[in-house]
Design a protein around this ligand. Structure first.
Ligand code: GDP
Length: 329
C-alpha cells in the first residue's frame, strides 16, 4: 500500500475527498503496525466530528430489498441536501469469497452520485468479530462530512447485534407476509429495532403489506415498553416504486429529535463508545496473553487434564490464572 502522511488524510477528509476517505478506511483496516500507528493518530484527530450525523443500521434477510431501498432512500436523502455513506458488515463474505454486499453494482445510481460514498465490505478475516473496523469507518465518513451513515447487514449470525452496537437508529426490513411469516422474525431483532419497514408494499402485495403492518403493530404491543420512551414504528415502503422514503425519513428524524430532547442520543453514543473500548481492550488482552508460549503451554496441559478428568474446571482455571499472574508480576 502506498504510504501517505497524517496531513494528507486530515486535509483530504476536511475537503470531503472520497478517494482519501477510502484510503483512510483501508488504513484503519490494515493490520500492519506502522499503519495502525498512523490510524490511531488519525482517529484521535477526528474524535469530535460527529454530533450532527445520524447512523442508521439496516438489517433484513437477503432478497428483502435492502440494497434497492438504500439506493432509492439514499437518492431521496441527497435531494434533501444530505450526504450519504453506506457501509456494510457482511458475515458471509468469508464463506463465499465474493461478497453479496460488496457488489457496488447493487447500488448503481447511488454509487455514481458525488454526494454518496459506498464502501463495499472488505473480505478481511475479522469482519464479524470484535476486531471489526466498521465503527472506525463510521467516524471517518463523518469526518469527511457525511451526515447520514447507513450500516447494512444481512440477518445472519450476530451481525445485527454488532450493527446495533454502533448505530443510533436500527431498522429492520421485512417483506409483506402472513401471520406465520411474521412469527418467524426473531423476537430479539424485533425488540432491538426502532423501526420496521415493510418493503415491496406494491402491486399484488400492497394489501398484504397493510395487513402485515397491523399484525406487526399488534405483536409489538405485547413487548415491554422501551425505557427510551420510543415505541417501535412500522412503515410501508416500495423501493421499486420509490414510495415511503419520506415517511421512513420522518420516522428517523422524529426519533433523533426525541432522543436529543431526552438526552439519550449522546448518552447512547457514549455508552456505545465505552463498551466498544472495553471489548477492544478485552480482545487485545486475550490476544497478548494467548500469544505467550508459556501460557499457551499451561492452557494446553490443563485442558488435557480437564479432558481426562484429572482436574476440575475450577482447579484448572486457577492454575491458568496463577500463570497469568506470574507473567504479569
Ligand atoms: P437485498 O438482498 O435485501 O439487498 O435485496 P435486493 O435489493 O437485491 O432486492 C431483491 C429483489 O427484490 C430484487 O429482484 C428487487 O428488484 C426486488 N425488490 C426490491 N425492492 C422491491 C420493491 O419495493 N417491490 C418489489 N415488487 N420488488 C422489489
Amino acid at each position: 500500500m502506498k504510504r501517505f502522511t497524517l496531513d494528507y488524510y486530515l486535509d483530504g477528509l476536511r475537503s470531503k475527498d472520497t478517494v482519501v476517505l477510502a484510503r483512510a478506511i483501508t488504513l484503519v483496516e490494515s493490520s500492519r503496525s506502522t499503519d495502525q500507528y498512523l490510524a490511531d493518530q488519525l482517529l484521535n484527530e477526528i474524535i469530535n466530528n460527529n454530533a450532527q450525523s445520524i447512523r442508521i443500521g439496516i438489517t433484513g434477510t437477503p432478497g428483502v430489498g435492502k440494497s434497492s431501498f438504500i439506493e432509492g432512500f439514499g437518492s431521496f436523502l441527497i435531494q434533501q441536501h444530505k450526504r450519504v455513506a453506506v457501509l456494510a458488515i457482511d458475515p458471509t463474505s468469508q464463506r463465499t469469497g465474493g461478497s453479496i454486499l460488496g457488489d457496488k453494482t447493487r447500488m448503481e445510481t447511488l454509487s455514481k452520485n458525488p454526494q454518496a460514498y459506498i464502501r463495499p465490505s472488505s473480505s478481511g478475516s475479522t469482519l464479524g468479530g470484535v476486531n471489526n473496523r466498521t465503527h472506525e469507518a463510521i467516524l471517518l465518513c463523518e469526518a469527511a462530512g457525511f451526515d447520514v451513515v447507513i450500516v447494512e447487514t444481512v440477518g445472519v449470525g450476530q451481525s445485527e447485534t454488532l450493527v446495533n452496537s454502533m448505530v443510533d437508529f436500527f431498522l429492520l426490513m421485512i417483506q409483506p407476509g402472513s401471520g406465520d411469516d411474521l412469527q418467524g422474525i426473531k423476537k430479539g431483532i424485533m425488540e432491538m429495532a426502532h423501526g420496521i419497514v415493510i418493503n415491496k408494499a406494491d402491486g399484488d402485495q400492497a394489501k398484504l403489506a397493510k395487513r402485515s403492518k397491523s399484525d406487526l403493530l399488534n405483536a409489538l404491543h405485547l413487548f415491554a415498553a422501551s425505557d427510551t420512551g420510543w415505541n417501535t414504528r412500522v412503515e410501508l415502503c416500495s423501493a421499486l416504486e420509490k414510495m415511503g422514503f419520506a415517511e421512513v425519513w420522518e420516522m428517523i428524524s422524529e426519533f433523533r429529535q426525541q432522543m436529543f430532547e431526552n438526552g439519550l442520543f449522546l448518552q447512547n453514543r457514549i455508552d456505545q463508545n465505552l463498551s466498544w473500548f472495553e471489548n477492544r481492550v478485552n480482545f487485545g488482552l486475550m490476544m497478548q496473553l494467548t500469544s505467550d508460549d508459556r501460557l499457551s503451554e499451561v492452557i494446553e496441559k490443563t485442558r488435557g487434564k480437564v479432558k481426562s478428568g484429572e482436574l476440575s474446571v475450577s482447579m484448572a482455571t486457577t492454575e491458568v490464572l496463577d500463570m497469568v499472574r506470574q507473567l504479569l508480576s
